[in-house]
Design a protein around this ligand. Structure first.
Ligand code: NAD
Length: 523
């Protein structure tokens, strides 16, 4: 890790990716400042927990009201900083967060409540079991730039409603969106120290991992995720890792080509392809291949690339030059290995530095980077397959396993194939919208991550389980305590027969042997 003085002097700016305009300037929080923020959060957390779930839900309700009231301004701010069209900022950022708040307002009390746990074993029936869910304390959140509002907000709301304090380190490319979240939460009644935002880069993120947080929720690339997992292992810090994807779309021979091609085009190009759930690999049954490609090309050519503020824009800029270089390298590699560029495949310099044309590639193979590495740009690579088995095999031939989709007119067949695909979410006849289903757990298999955010399972990540065992007969010694001997062992055999023998006769015999266990002399 960098030294404290190095971090202290590092500065960075938030820049409009469409125009290059500097929107805000920041100094990276130092290790000391990160630690101090976490200590303050830890001090504030017991009081936040003590206000109880009813008041915490009330804060979420107020947050939701304020966010709804300011939806246009927040969407505009996201568009300025991340480049996405305003419609996308409203639907994939603001709406997702409003609905995540709705889910928690309606369900958090029930989901966080104690559960009674009935015991089946006769020996433990005298004890009453309860499952309690307790907040961790301070949850550290590290987030990426591609959904700069909805990702940190959904995670933060779940952490807060469960009674945790949160320290958020947003991406250095989109700190302003995180500051909007902070204003809304504080105005809604969340104490200042219970939700803090620390500005900074990767080294600031690393300082948060090494600070006294109680759990980390990280969203970002696989390579950073692995670094974080190694740092977390040193002190067994629990982590949720929401990492990259290379999501396959499987178009079966009975699919509706018009609908599936529209889905492929939207799924590959939404947010300029910078979505973890983007369609990054498209497999089409060979009987539909040419027709599907033609439909995708026709629809892609109609898309308008432009500035997100312009209401006519379908595809905004990429976030920065480095991202464009990755996209170009993948397209060049595919071309060199024999892929056909049917449309796109170039920058749009007349619009600005960061614009890239939506691109459809045909005849790609699994030897190409475009089918193996996360591209994270507006590229739709399409490959033919001959049978359902081959389609599933190709879909699973990836280190990633975030999400996938299957396209068919036969829902049964779709579900059958969905069950064979190695991914955290498989949609039948839709793409990406699973991120907006507040009830659905979001998370990946294989290199795409560990743990879940969103819905019931996302909320469960924000609490530690405590099992409360209360004995109903406190005046009685347990029969399994000392006082062993041959007779006791025989009685225990009888007790095991009583519970687990297959025949009624053997059970009754077991009961007879077990009798007297409680009467023996014990220590
Ligand atoms: P990134 O890994 O470069 O950065 C993510 C965050 O980690 C940033 O805040 C960054 O400052 C911080 N960071 C960098 N190095 C760090 C370190 N050593 N220790 C601690 N923090 C560090 O990712 P990105 O470019 O911001 O985001 C794009 C990636 O995120 C893509 O791979 C995308 O698929 C993934 N993503 C995944 C999901 C999901 O839910 N699975 C959602 C959105 C994005």
């Amino acid at each position: 890790m960098s030294t404290d003085s190095q971090i202290k002097t590092r500065k960075f700016a938030s820049v409009n990716p469409a125009t290059g305009e500097v929107l805000g300037e920041f100094v990276c929080a130092s290790e000391e400042e990160v630690r101090a923020a976490v200590v303050r959060a830890g001090a504030a957390q017991p009081a936040w927990r003590a206000v109880g779930v009813t008041k915490r839900i009330a804060a979420l309700r107020e947050f939701q009201r304020r966010l709804h009231e300011r939806k246009s301004q927040i969407a505009a701010a996201i568009t300025r900083e991340a480049g996405k069209p305003r419609a996308e900022a409203l639907v994939t950022e603001v709406l997702v967060v409003l609905d995540a708040a709705r889910f928690l307002i309606d369900n958090a009390r029930r989901l966080l409540d104690d559960e009674s746990v009935p015991h089946g074993n006769l020996a433990t029936k005298v004890k009453s079991g309860r499952l309690a869910r307790e907040p961790y304390g301070v949850i550290g959140i590290i987030s990426p730039w591609n959904y700069p509002f909805s990702i940190p907000a959904t995670e933060t709301l779940a952490a807060l409603v469960a009674g945790n304090a949160v320290v958020l380190k947003p991406s250095e490319f989109t700190s302003l969106a995180a500051l909007e979240l902070r204003s809304l939460l504080h105005a809604a009644g969340v104490p200042e120290d219970a939700f803090q935002v620390i500005a900074g880069d990767g080294a600031t993120g690393a300082a948060l991992v090494h600070s006294p947080i109680d759990k980390l929720v990280f969203t970002g690339s696989v390579s950073t995720g692995k670094r974080i997992a190694m740092a977390a292992a040193e002190r067994l810090l629990p982590v949720v890792l929401e990492l990259g994807g290379k999501d396959p779309m499987l178009v079966l021979d009975d699919a509706n080509v018009d609908v599936a091609s529209s889905a492929a085009v939207w799924g590959a190009f939404v947010n300029a392809g910078q979505a973890c759930l983007s369609v990054e690999r498209c497999y089409v049954h060979r009987s539909l291949y040419e027709e599907f490609l033609a439909a995708c090309v026709e629809k892609t050519k109609k898309l308008r690339v432009g500035h997100g503020e312009d209401g006519q824009t379908d595809i905004g800029p990429l976030i920065h030059e480095r991202q464009l270089q990755i996209v170009e390298a993948h397209v060049e590699d595919a071309k060199a290995r024999g892929a056909r560029i049917l449309t796109g495949g170039a920058r749009v310099p007349e619009l600005g530095k960061n614009f890239y044309r939506p691109t459809v590639l045909a005849d790609v193979t699994h030897q190409m980077r475009i089918m193996r590495e996360e591209t994270f740009g507006p590229v739709l690579p399409v490959m033919a397959f001959a049978s359902d088995e081959e389609g599933v095999r190709l879909a699973n031939d990836s280190e990633y396993g975030l999400a996938a989709s299957v396209w068919t007119r036969d829902a049964q067949r779709g579900q059958r194939l969905a069950r064979q695909i190695e991914a955290g979410t498989v949609m039948v006849n839709d793409v990406l919208s699973c991120f907006g289903i507040s009830e659905a757990p979001h998370g990946g298999w294989k290199s795409s991550g560990i743990g879940r955010t969103h819905g019931r399972f996302g909320l469960e990540e924000m609490v530690r389980l405590k099992y409360l065992d209360v004995d109903r007969l406190p005046g009685m010694k347990k029969v399994w305590w000392y006082g062993y001997g041959e007779r006791f062992a025989q009685q225990m055999e009888g007790f095991l027969d009583l519970q687990f023998a297959r025949s009624l006769r053997a059970r009754l015999r077991g009961a007879a042997r077990a009798l007297g266990v409680v009467k023996r002399r014990q220590l």
